[in-house]
Design a binder for this molecule. Structure first.
Ligand code: ADP
Ligand code: MG
Length: 709
């Protein structure tokens, strides 16, 4: 008998579930409803919970007020309506040691689900009710007649009639049939040994039918590592491929221009700015194109770093481009950068004096006619040194003489296509790219979401900022204090922002609510002060008018929707009031708060909510910390990685087990292992099974998503 090689994930993916005993047409359709079509889908359809029978209590031992797990049999089920039109399903259960009453509110379907005689696991907090024990709305798992100390609970569905014990038996059969050949483990043994990871075949067996919760956890760790390693391999392969195949410019980083610029700044660089500039210069000096992410909180001073990057290209005779997500931001950047550059001149041998003024031009879709023609001509022949604009910069019809460095402000819409477009614009070489973001991302998340970028962090604010004091106005009583604060600050010559409630569904409603707030404050709480209103429905001219009145101090209070989130810089504004703060996410609140605290006066931020009983973790996090990175961690903890990874979860490369939050260390280990594997074997020729897995598990869609990073 010839020895057959161990079974790979690709082999498993080729076996239809219908080939398993017990899976007929009906169950096949039911499994399909959970996206389980083949045996690979089945064995990676992990339990969503495990019931540990060794932890189970007897009804007789239950203590009111203490959460517990009990395994019981259903005795009777009845349903009725309560006086306030809620359904109430009453269930009597027992376990030989005693009886208990279970009540479900607003879960009418429990009546159909819980049949007399059914074995169920209940997890909840018992209390006493009419002399007996009762659990209200406990977690219910139907466990059937499974034996074993740990019972896996699979996603199941009434509708398609698939029970957890059926799924368990299909998985069991599938794994039994794999046992003879074994399941291939393509991860190098040095890696699994070093990280103390169990073999992959064992991990599949242990996650579905563990003997103990510890064994289950070890299995989860192994399989989660595999998921993370695959993501990292794709990213690292791409990074190395880009480095190998793209020709960049080896910039002249010791030139005079950057030095003169930095020396002319009215302040010394922060340590973090110096570190970031040094890291960038190392990248710029090599012939491989840079692809780096610059993370820095609002106000951390990213602009200086960006400009020094652009000037490094300019001083070698190339050009720089700064791309912003919107025209308004591009215009603001143009103003800011011009101011920062002052009277800087660039060498020009053709000129009588040997130099000429540095030329910075704005290019957006609003720049038209003769002006546009002039800018385009200057970009093409090299007379324009720095172009600032939107995506218009990389559109048809825009040619650069030699584009050497590109800074992209806010990463979201800048992906592989844009990078390719840049290459086409710059005479065959790929310009160095620096992507800036003010949304701090926890390190491990950045490793996954921006895995083919190098990362620099500005984790230090320029000195002299007085920290922003943040307070929570929980309900109308405290809100009065908010307006008193605003009046007080205005009395001292300061200014304030009031951010109106966020209304996701409709800009129209949002504008209406902003107008209403403006009216109310003008007539009542802030009567007598000079108020301005800013929202998305105003024309650019109207917006600019209001902004410039506020900037010049002719308005005391700016009532606005979130249009002020980015790019507004008025150092004299010291109060930020955010209404209905609980409607905003942590990152957004943090961005908004960053609009104050920009000058030397002490600033405050009021987070106003309707009266809450109990806590509000997001608002409380903002009150507790002004550190964007710390808040990003809290955010990840509160939300899970859902939002961060949502696009990715659509694909097959789904992180089913791995959690960027729980598995921070594993992410770092997987990244390290991916570099190790790829750098020793750039084509993964020694690892055909691993390579094939990437092929199998990463659809084009996933690739696209990862490419966007
Ligand atoms: P970011 O873009 O990171 O939000 P900016 O580049 O707009 O921050 O800088 C915010 C403010 O800090 C600007 O007013 C800028 O002049 C100032 N600034 C930047 N770097 C320093 C520094 N090293 N020392 C003092 N002030 C600085
Ligand atoms: Mg900025």
């Amino acid at each position: 008998m010839s020895e057959r090689p161990p079974i790979t994930l690709r082999d498993l993916a080729a076996i239809d579930v219908a080939q398993l005993r017990g899976v007929g047409d009906k169950k096949r359709t039911a499994l399909a409803a959970f996206d389980v079509h083949n045996v690979l889908d089945l064995v990676t359809n992990y339990p969503r919970r495990w019931v540990d029978r060794t932890n189970e209590a007897r009804i007789a031992d239950l203590v009111p007020g203490e959460e517990a797990l009990v395994l019981v049999t259903v005795r009777t089920v009845t349903k009725r309506m309560t006086r306030n039109r809620r359904t109430m399903v009453n269930v009597q259960v027992g376990d030989g040691s005693g009886r208990m009453h279970v009540v479900f509110f607003n879960q009418p379907w429990r009546e159909r689900q819980l049949k007399e005689g059914l074995q169920i696991a209940l997890y909840g907090k018992p209390d006493t009710y009419r002399g007996g024990l009762q659990m209200a709305n406990p977690i219910v798992d139907l466990i059937g007649d499974r034996t074993g100390r740990i019972v896996p609970i699979y996603p199941q569905s009434e509708k398609v009639q698939l029970t957890t014990w059926e799924v368990a038996s299909f998985v069991e059969e599938a794994l039994r049939r794999c046992a003879e050949r074994g399941i291939a483990d393509p991860v190098p043994v040095e890696v699994t040994d070093r990280l103390d990871l169990m073999a992959r075949g064992q991990a599949f067996a242990s996650i579905h039918a563990p003997e103990s919760m510890r064994e289950k956890e070890a299995a989860r760790r192994r399989l989660a590592f595999d998921e993370l390693l695959r993501v990292q391999l794709v990213l690292v392969l791409r990074k190395r491929e880009l480095e190998r195949t793209s020709r960049g410019i080896a910039h002249e980083v010791d030139g005079e221009l950057v030095q003169r610029f930095l020396e002319a700044l009215p302040y010394p660089l922060t340590g973090a700015q110096r570190r970031a500039i040094a890291q960038i210069e190392v990248d710029l000096a090599t012939p491989q194109p840079m692809h780096r992410l610059l993370q820095g909180d609002v106000g951390a001073g990213k602009t200086v770093v960006a400009v020094s990057t652009l000037l490094a290209a300019v001083q070698g005779g190339h050009q720089g481009a700064l791309m912003a997500p919107t025209e308004v931001l591009a215009e603001q950047h143009a103003t800011g950068v011009r101011e920062l550059l002052g009277e800087l001149r660039v060498p020009d041998p053709g000129n009588l004096f040997g130099d000429r003024p540095l030329r910075v031009e704005l290019l957006t879709n609003r720049v038209t006619g003769a002006e546009r023609k002039d800018v385009l001509a200057g970009l093409a022949d090299g007379r324009v040194d720095i172009a600032i604009g939107t995506h218009a910069l990389i559109q048809e019809g825009v040619e650069f003489s030699s584009l050497g460095a590109v800074v992209v402000d806010e990463q979201h819409r800048f992906g592989v296509e844009q990078r390719a477009a840049l290459r086409d614009k710059s005479g065959g070489h790929v310009p160095d790219v620096l992507v800036m973001t003010a949304t701090p991302i926890p390190r491990t998340a950045a490793m996954t979401v921006y895995g083919d970028l190098d990362v620099s962090v500005l984790d230090e604010l320029p000195p002299g900022r007085t920290p922003i004091v943040t307070k929570w106005a929980n309900g109308p009583m405290l809100e009065a204090e908010v307006w008193a604060d605003v009046r007080h600050e205005v009395g001292e010559g300061r200014q304030a922002y009031v951010v109106c409630p966020l209304i996701d569904e409709s800009e129209k409603l949002e504008v209406a609510s902003a107008e209403e707030t403006f009216q109310r404050l003008s007539n009542d709480e802030l009567k007598g002060l000079r108020l301005g209103l800013l929202h998305g429905r105003l024309t650019p001219a109207e917006k600019e008018m209001t902004m410039s009145l506020f900037r010049s101090g002719q308005l005391d209070v700016l009532v606005a929707t979130t249009v002020i989130e980015v790019g507004v810089d008025v150092p004299n504004a010291t109060v930020m009031v955010i209404l209905d703060a609980d409607r905003f996410g942590i990152a957004q609140l943090h961005q908004l708060r960053g609009r104050v605290g920009r000058g030397s006066h002490e600033s405050m931020c009021w987070l106003v909510t309707q009266e809450h009983d109990g806590g509000n973790p997001r608002v409380e996090a903002l009150v507790a910390s002004t550190d964007g990175f710390e808040l990003a961690e809290v955010d990840l903890d509160l939300r899970g990685e859902g939002t961060l990874m949502s696009t990715m979860q659509k694909g097959r490369s789904d992180l089913k087990l791995a959690s960027l939050r729980r598995d921070r260390q594993l992410v770092a280990k997987a990244r390290e292992a991916a570099f190790e594997i790829v750098d020793a074997d750039p084509g993964l020729e020694q690892h055909p099974v691993l390579l094939d897995e990437l092929d199998l598990l990463f659809t084009d869609e996933d690739e696209d998503f990862l490419a966007k990073s």
